[in-house]
Design a protein around this ligand. Sequence first.
Ligand code: GTP
Ligand code: MG
Length: 206
Amino acid sequence: VPGIFIQNNVLLKVILLGDGGVGKSSLMNRYVTDRFDSQSFHTIGVEFLNRDLEVDGRPVTLQIWDTAGQERFKSLRTPFYRGADCCLLTFSVNDLQSFLNLSCWKKEFMFYSDVKEPESFPFVVLGNKVDMEQREVGEDEARAWCEENGCCPYFETSAKDDTNVTAAFEAAVRVVLAAEDQIGHALLGSTIDLHGNRKTSRGSCC
Ligand SMILES: Nc1nc2c(ncn2[C@@H]2O[C@H](COP(=O)(O)OP(=O)(O)OP(=O)(O)O)[C@@H](O)[C@H]2O)c(=O)[nH]1
Ligand SMILES: [Mg+2]
């Protein structure tokens, strides 16, 4: 069952994965603080930021988990995959290798997240840095990958120019809520008590 309910507000955990340098931290910071830093540092481990929003009239708290893409930080990021409601697979359109690595990222997520229904788990794919002139990955190519891998929504984004950043995060919320609507009444009675113990049908490790 996706999300934790606090009163009527659903808390959704989304996680950004992709190669080091594709712009995951920049996308999160653009979305949450509306800022862009052209000289950001590589992330070490994970960081998260929350943003409240309303999607189709429903109040949502989006908890965005930003992970370190560099291989040497693998053991620091993978413990945080559990409990994610949606995974945002990110590459940079001017870096072919980061696109070719999407499959590895998807596999790594599936392996460590331990999701209950792998076939229906929602992914969104982001092709970032579309403001750059030199592209190594075409939009058609990216959309084809998405179709071959289960038809995830695809967005061409720029954290720098603020292109499609809001649309991409809202799409993540929509795919989760759509999955939740299919589960339907299972969500009724999914609440959180005053001591913060989750009472959903989904197990939690901590
Ligand atoms: N031109 C351009 N540069 C970007 C964009 N997004 C990020 N960058 C730049 O790309 C570099 C890497 O961005 P980060 O957001 O740190 O990348 P990351 O994916 O978080 O990298 P790791 O933390 O190592 O996994 C930085 O210099 C950013 O300023 C974008 O949309 N356009
Ligand atoms: Mg980062």
